[in-house]
Design a protein. Structure first.
Length: 171
């Protein structure tokens, strides 16, 4: 089973992202609300693990110092070439350090990190629509621009089982 280590927003940030997901769904654009298992939560993935030993990973992640809340400003829309559209948080030194520490702990536990999540390769993103067509892009951009900028406060770190949507909070 694939696993991701993610930051989760505070209640205000979660509501803002979910409202945007609903606005897009109401406009006919499928979002994470209706994607796969339908249990997605707003998140920022720090590490995606293609293989891991749960007995080694959990203590490695639990040993990380639990830093305070992390504020990010979101004022941009991005798109990966395979049609995934996302909100782009500003990349701060605190965000980069948080990601490096999670990847380091996962690697020390023997986990394999997806290449896109290696420090220096990682592009922080908060997914909106995983299967967008180019024809839908102007509509999505208009809906997103109605709500930007956002400040998202990341308050929790979690392990997310990507195939089931199960979320386990860390710390």
């Amino acid at each position: 089973m694939a696993l991701s280590v993610c930051l989760l927003p505070d209640e205000t940030g979660e509501r803002a992202v979910r409202r945007l997901w609903h606005r897009l769904e109401d406009a006919g654009v499928p979002t994470l609300l209706s994607h796969t298992h339908g249990r997605h939560v707003p998140h920022l993935t720090l590490a995606s693990l293609s293989s891991y030993d749960p007995d080694a990973l959990r203590p490695a992640l639990a040993a990380l110092a639990v830093p305070g809340d992390l504020d990010t400003r979101v004022d941009a829309l991005g798109m990966f070439r395979r049609s995934r559209v996302w909100l782009a948080p500003a990349v701060t030194s605190a965000l980069l350090e948080r990601q490096r520490s999670v990847v380091g702990a996962a690697l020390r536990s023997g986990a394999a990190i997806h290449p896109h999540y290696r420090p220096g390769e990682w592009l922080p993103h908060l997914t909106l629509a995983p299967r967008l067509t180019l024809a839908q892009l102007p509509l999505v951009a208009a809906k997103v621009n109605e709500v930007l900028p956002l400040t998202v406060v990341w308050t929790r770190t979690a392990v997310v089982h990507t195939r089931t949507g199960e979320v386990e909070l860390l710390g």
